[in-house]
Design a protein around this ligand. Structure first.
Ligand code: ATP
Ligand code: MG
Length: 377
């Protein structure tokens, strides 16, 4: 917050208006540490860039510049409204305006539409503080219009309910119900990012209840998958865990949710964890073959009480490269050339070492290999 106040100070000295806005103000009033602070200012992006040494153009077409100061990054956005919305998602253009109020008016919910000065005075034209106290998520202005402008806001309302454990105002919720089908027009990347947040938020179940209650599940890609009993779900801080959880509970494969466009890394983690969770029993070889992340996710749903990091540490080796003998050694001892046989023998060696039947010692491995190899050839 100190850094944001410095940024505001610099802008104000230069004659511009500048305030902290949005989630940071909300979190400050809730006594939470905001994870990032946004500043809104009357300065244009070019003007912002002129007053700070280090900046990054993170969204200059939307008026946003990231100011780097003292190891922190503060997003400074020029006061703006949004042009017309022709397609229920994102404005066709943004328009810079001179007043803070205009800027606050375009924001989604009253609790997200407050500003704060460097002296911590709150500017709250839509009763956000009151709603914060009552723990209500309420659209700024006419909910029908706001959801027609940008249908993602419906999912955001649902997301914030599970983030804050707030209820959604009745008119806002009935408007979501009326407009639920508009969620189809939203790019999957934006949907996934909100779903990811729902899965890591402390009250996932609350969001899931709203998702079903508003009928959004009927229009989201693979939405029916979200209609499970979430009472046993405990968020882990990892969004992939939520995706894995719902697939596991319904015995589905990854392809069921692939419309959400996962990274290769996420996809692998989900697939491997599903495979692992469905194994009937785990032994040392299982622990060896799967990663800590995969073991963690799978043990959560299977009720296996284990610390994967500890279990892995107890193994004699962590990977092939820890073996006391290499492929080169095997070739030398067998006087054989590289080929498919090598892979087979390395795995034999790995298994014996993992199961504790062969000590990871070069001489012992050599004795074993020379003997066995002769018997097999
Ligand atoms: P979080 O703590 O999860 O980051 P946040 O309130 O900061 O919550 P962001 O998605 O980071 O949420 O958005 C920052 C602010 O921008 C919001 O508080 C809100 O004022 C505004 N905002 C973001 N997305 C929209 C949207 N689709 N429509 C209207 N206003 C929005
Ligand atoms: Mg934010």
């Amino acid at each position: 917050m100190k850094t944001a106040i410095k940024v505001i100070g610099t802008l104000k000295e230069a004659g511009f208006q500048a305030y902290m806005v949005g989630g940071a103000v909300r979190d400050f009033l809730l006594g939470k540490t905001p994870h990032d602070i946004d500043v809104a200012s009357s300065a244009s992006p070019e003007q912002v860039k002129a007053y700070f040494k280090r900046t990054i153009d993170t969204g200059i077409e939307h008026g946003t510049v990231l100011v780097l100061l003292g190891g922190e990054g503060i997003e400074v956005t020029t006061f703006r409204t949004e042009g017309s919305y022709s397609d229920n998602r994102r404005p066709d253009s943004v328009e810079f305006v001179q007043s803070l109020e205009e800027d606050l008016k375009r924001r989604d919910f009253t609790i997200n539409a407050m500003a704060m000065t460097e002296y911590l005075d709150i500017i709250d034209p839509f009763g956000g503080k009151d709603d914060l106290q009552k723990q209500i998520i309420r659209a700024v202005g006419d909910p029908d219009q706001r959801f027609q402008e940008d249908a993602l806001r419906m999912l955001r309302a649902v997301r914030f309910s599970g983030q804050l454990h707030f209820v959604i105002d009745v008119e806002t919720v009935s408007s979501i119900r009326r407009h639920a089908q508009l969620i189809r027009s939203i790019a999957v990347e934006r949907l996934k990012s909100e779903m990811d947040k729902i899965f890591v938020n402390p009250f996932t179940r609350k969001s899931m209840d709203y998702l079903r209650d508003t009928t959004l599940t009927e229009y989201l890609p693979a939405g029916y998958l979200f209609e499970i009993d979430w009472t046993q779900y405990t968020p882990t801080g990892k969004a992939v865990y939520g995706w894995f959880y719902l697939l596991y509970k319904q015995s589905k494969s990854f392809s069921e949710v692939s419309d959400y466009r996962f990274s290769n890394e996420e996809k692998r983690l989900i697939e491997k964890s599903l495979e692992l969770a469905r194994l009937e029993f785990w032994d040392q070889w299982t622990i060896y073959q799967y990663s800590i992340d995969q073991l963690e996710m799978a043990s959560c749903v299977t009720g296996k009480n284990m610390d994967p990091a500890v279990a892995k540490e107890q193994l004699p080796i962590q990977s092939k490269s820890d073996l006391a003998a290499s492929g080169r050694d095997l070739m030398q001892w067998s006087e054989n050339r590289p080929g498919p046989w090598l892979k087979i023998w390395i795995e034999k060696m790995e298994k014996l070492v993992i199961y504790g039947e062969l000590r990871n010692d070069k001489e012992l491995i050599k004795d074993w290999f020379v003997n066995e190899y002769r018997r097999h050839t």
